[in-house]
Design a protein around this ligand. Structure first.
Ligand code: 1GP
Length: 236
């Protein structure tokens, strides 16, 4: 299975947003560990393919986080498959994945797939609404993390605060629960301080929107996370 244990920091690029060639170059040569291509709205085969072809020019690992089965292109290093643990609709935990496997089983390289246990924690996020989530409380989140680790044995537990900065205390407590499952944190990182605060607990930090709002700040989060991880006991 695709392995993210070497990752500390990744950028998430949205195929439905505009990025210039010069900006993309800065992102791909920033020292980040990988690029995730993913988003919630307006994801099409064409805009995924376009972004993929532009990233391929760089020597960086790039993966597709699948959000729409009509928008899957071949050639990514890996495919991340979200299972939304706090969705109220089993569609987002098992049915869309089941449908995708029925359609694509013949071309799927199973070792390139990485299931992610998603826990969506910002009620204002598009993904929260789209996947019919309910807001888990502190104990609920810890229980989802334990399920990811011990019941489903998922490689990734993703605390998704998309669009808002999360609760570092909760991220810290979730981190304590996870041994074999990697903890990915994403949401609302708009400064080096926030990036390094979350990097103290999560295995991987995902930086998204600030790329489009303030590229220079986004780029600085790479160094902030890398130096936090060095302090924490060397590269993870
Ligand atoms: C979104 O977790 C990522 O899926 C990153 O969140 O866009 O808020 O940085 P932001």
């Amino acid at each position: 299975m695709y392995n993210i244990s070497e990752w500390d920091h990744v950028f998430k690029l949205d195929p439905n947003k505009t990025i210039t060639d010069a900006e993309l170059k800065k992102i791909c040569t920033s020292g980040t560990d990988a690029i995730i291509v993913g988003g919630t709205d307006g994801i099409t085969f064409e805009n995924v393919m376009d972004l993929q072809e532009r990233i391929e020019a760089y020597d960086i690992s790039f993966v597709l986080e699948v959000s729409d089965i009509e928008a899957i292109t071949l050639g990514f290093d890996a495919y991340f498959i979200p299972l939304v643990l706090n969705s109220g609709d089993k569609k987002w935990m098992i049915d869309v994945q089941h449908q995708a496997i029925k359609e694509y089983a013949d071309v799927i390289e199973w070792e390139d797939m990485l299931p992610e246990g998603y826990c969506v924690l910002n009620p204002e996020a598009k993904v929260f609404k789209r996947t019919d989530c309910s807001l888990p409380d502190y104990e609920d989140v810890l229980a989802y993390a334990r399920m990811a680790e011990h019941i489903f044995r998922l490689p990734v537990f993703y605390m998704e605060y998309s669009g808002t900065y999360g609760n570092p205390g909760l991220v810290k407590d979730v981190a304590r629960e996870l041994k074999n499952t990697s903890l990915v944190y994403g949401g609302g990182i708009t400064s080096e301080e926030q990036a390094s605060e979350m990097a103290a607990y999560a295995d991987v930090i995902v930086v998204g929107d600030v790329i489009y709002d303030n590229l220079e700040v986004a780029l600085k989060t790479v160094e902030a996370v890398k130096s936090m991880k060095m302090k924490d006991g060397g590269p993870s």
